[in-house]
Every structure is written in structure tokens, then in C-alpha cells.
Design a protein around this ligand. Structure first.
Ligand code: GDP
Length: 311
């Protein structure tokens, strides 16, 4: 079954190419802030902090709603210490936005993540950002991206990638450098048209791959992952399948989905959604959260893969 009103995408971007600015603009233009001014203030704060520190502290999971469709936006690790994390994160999504500075072009640091995304057959959209720069050279940059895709083994569909030209700072986008509109609508339309909705089985016994772990002083350990099939209910009994394939009984505390930059708890979430779960105090990365009665493990992903030699 297709979850038509959901899209899961990851962002791949070299530091400073405009990821935070673009996601902020997406949040603003999709009206995610209008409902909650406090969130707006928090984002501003984190941007100030970011400027101070000179690094991205963009939340790893964000979502926006566009014309009735929820778009989950997942950050990819900038510096991949272990290939396993990159692969797990990319397995949550069906497409990627590759953000590239219109002057600098693609940078070597994003190669590893991009290669993984292409290998996993994800659908890419290339966003040539900072089109407002006086020294922007968008056509050449698109050629460089094409060369890189060829080098990294992209398939024919991936080589046919759609391009969006953007000024994230101005909140404007277009399908050609000389056709920029003062809105992100062309970008949102491109995501809707090109990124496939997750194909899922809602009736099957639940499965979720523990993709990342988080910790919160109030709720303790938080497990983040995409529900691969079935549904997860608050308070539900589950089986945690360890990496050595032993089973452990566990009980879900709360189920959260991502709304804007916040986590919102819900009674139940269905396959396709990216969720945060509490209560799974013994869970580790790479394990499967499965049905209590009908537990089946998801394929494990290597956690220890060194990446440097693969760049
Ligand atoms: P990130 O590291 O990829 O998250 O990049 P940021 O979003 O923090 O942007 C890095 C810098 O580029 C900041 O100074 C932004 O204001 C600037 N920037 C982002 N988008 C644009 C744009 O569209 N045009 C211009 N000229 N600058 C931009």
C-alpha cells in the first residue's frame, strides 16, 4: 500500500551550502510556524547558537506539511565515522535533496553519503543553492554534479535528476536559473512529483529498525526509526530482536512523530512514519522492534564499516 500523503527525504549537503537556511524556509513557507510562535523563537535561537559555533545544529528530524502531505526531513551525518549509520539513516527515506552551492559546486566530503544514497536506489533532487550569488555558475555546477553521479555509479533514472535552483536565504526557487519565483513552491512540487511515497504493509506484524538513539532527561532513552510495516501503539508489548538474534520482551512507552522541529506524542503511528519511541531502555542501534507474538528481524546493517578508504 502506498502512503500517498507522506514523503520521507534526507538532506545531503556540504557544510555552509545552506541546509539550515533551506529547512528554515521550508518550515516558514509551509506555515509550520504559524500555529506556534514559540517554535519560531526557538529556531531563531538555535540559529544564533549555530552562528556562534559555526556548525549546524539542525534537528536530525524535522517535518513540514505541504498541501495535506507530510514531508519528513532527515539530516544525514556530515562526517560519517561509520558507514552503518549513514546506511541506516538513508534506509528511512525514499529520496534525497542534494544541496550544492551554486559557486562552490559539489564537495568531496559529501561523496560517501551520496554514493550510499545512489546505491540504495534513492531518488535524488539536486538543489543548486545560493543562486543569488554574484559569482554563481549554476550550469557548470550541474555538470559537475552529473560527472560526480556518473563516477559514483548512478543508474539512468538517477542521472536524469531534476534540478531546482534556489536562494534559500530569499526563500525563492525555480526550475531554471532565469525562472526563479519568490516561493519554495517549485521545490515542494518537485518533491511531491519525484519522491515516491513509502510503499508499506499496514496489516503485517510491526517492524522498526533502531536507526538512531537519543536521550532526554525526562523520558530517558529514545529510539528513532521508520516503521517498516504494521503500526506501533503507545504502551504496546513488543519483542526487541538483538543483533545476535536473541529475543527480549519490551514495552513501548510513548510514540512520538515529528512535527516541525518538535516531537509530538500520538496514540498510534503507522508504517512509513518516522517515530521516536520511549520505554525501550535496553535497545541498541541496529536491533529490530518487532511484534510481541510474531517477531521477525529486519536485515542487519554493518555498524563497523570504516569509511575513509571508501571516499
Ligand atoms: P548549512 O551549514 O548547510 O546548514 O548552511 P547554512 O544554512 O547555515 O548557511 C551557511 C551560510 O550561507 C549562512 O551564512 C547563510 O546565510 C548563507 N546562505 C544560505 N543560503 C543562502 C543563499 O541562498 N544565498 C546566499 N547568498 N547565502 C546563503
Amino acid at each position: 500500500m502506498e502512503t500517498a500523503n507522506l514523503r520521507n527525504i534526507a538532506i545531503i549537503a556540504h557544510v555552509d551550502h545552506g541546509k539550515t537556511t533551506l529547512v528554515d524556509a521550508m518550515l516558514k513557507q509551509s506555515g509550520t510556524f504559524r500555529a506556534n510562535q514559540q517554535v519560531m523563537e526557538r529556531v531563531m535561537d538555535s540559529n544564533d547558537l549555530e552562528r556562534e559555533r559555526g556548525i549546524t545544529i539542525l534537528s536530525k528530524n524535522t517535518s513540514v506539511h505541504w498541501r495535506g502531505t507530510k514531508i519528513n526531513i532527515v539530516d544525514t551525518p556530515g562526517h560519517a565515522d561509520f558507514g552503518g549509520e549513514v546506511e541506516r539513516v538513508l534506509k528511512m527515506v525514499n529520496g534525497v535533496l542534494l544541496i550544492v552551492d551554486a559557486f562552490e559546486g559539489p564537495m568531496p566530503q559529501t561523496r560517501f553519503v551520496l554514493r550510499k544514497a545512489l546505491e540504495l536506489k534513492l531518488t535524488p533532487i539536486v538543489v543548486v543553492n545560493k543562486i543569488d550569488r554574484a559569482d554563481a555558475r549554476p550550469e557548470e555546477v550541474v555538470d559537475e554534479v552529473l560527472d560526480l553521479f556518473i563516477e559514483l555509479g548512478a543508474d539512468e533514472d538517477q542521472l536524469d535528476f531534476p534540478v531546482i535552483y534556489a536562494s534559500a536565504r530569499q526563500g525563492s526557487t525555480g526550475t531554471a536559473p532565469d525562472r526563479i519565483e519568490p516561493t519554495l513552491e517549485p521545490l515542494f512540487n518537485m518533491i511531491m512529483a519525484h519522491i515516491p511515497a513509502p510503499q508499506v504493509d499496514l496489516e503485517a506484524p510491526v517492524q522498526l529498525l533502531v536507526t538512531t538513539l537519543d536521550y532526554d532527561d525526562y523520558v530517558g532513552k529514545i529510539v528513532v526509526g521508520r516503521i517498516v510495516r504494521g503500526a506501533i501503539h503507545q504502551g504496546e508489548q513488543v519483542t526487541l530482536i538483538k543483533r545476535d538474534e536473541t529475543y527480549e520482551k519490551a514495552k513501548i512507552g510513548k510514540v512520538y512523530v515529528f512535527e516541525g522541529l518538535q516531537r509530538v506524542d500520538v496514540p498510534v503511528a503507522a508504517a512509513g512514519e518516522i517515530v521516536a519511541l520511549t520505554g525501550l531502555t535496553t535497545a541498541n542501534i541496529g536491533e529490530t522492534v518487532a511484534c510481541a507474538l510474531n517477531p521477525e528481524a529486519l536485515p542487519t546493517i554493518e555498524v563497523d564499516e570504516p569509511t575513509l578508504s571508501m571516499n
